[in-house]
Design a protein around this ligand. Sequence first.
Ligand code: AMP
Length: 206
Amino acid sequence: MGPPGAGKGTQSERIAETYGIEHVTTGDALRANKEMDISHLDGEHDTPGAYMDAGDLVPDAVVDEIVERALDSADGFVLDGYPRNPDQAVALEGMTDLDVVLVLEVSRETLINRLTGRRLDPETGESYHVEFDMPDDEAVRDRLVQREDDSREAVENRLDVFERETAPVIDRYRDHEGYVEVDGERPPDEVWAAIDSAVASKVEGS
Ligand code: AMP
């Protein structure tokens, strides 16, 4: 868990590879289904994409089902981007127990900088940054795109949504025996080293 831009995607991918488990990410699942018709839910918008582009949460009914299906077929998993509000946390409790609850901590200033500068290669899915990490290949540089919800306005909203909806979920897990906080301000490899040893000790200790 952690705010948008904390490195959840990058680090949970590494957890999945290292421990040979499923990477279950609601953000990616929703991005693949942005145009799905969810008008029957009578929410503010008729598709997941409309919520996402504004930086708002997609209705619980949609994400709960994505996670329930993914966990049904997974033999071990790392959940990335879920639960994001207290009701989702309750839904998750009905689906499974957690061994480790990992929280990445990063300041708001760093998050804004990381997210608004992030660029994606639509062909490979690889993520870059306009200041810190641009590809050498000019052809790749020319095709980079910005995620709709990485605009300044959507980023500010996503961070507010995190504070309002997701921070209380983290508080809920503080007493969980697998709870670990990791300083996510550092370079990805250093963050990974901290995560890997924390996960290994929690899993061995359980
Ligand atoms: P992410 O890639 O994790 O930053 O997620 C991108 C967007 O997908 C979020 O800003 C939300 O609009 C939506 N989303 C992802 N996970 C959830 C979730 N658990 N609940 C509601 N909306 C979500």
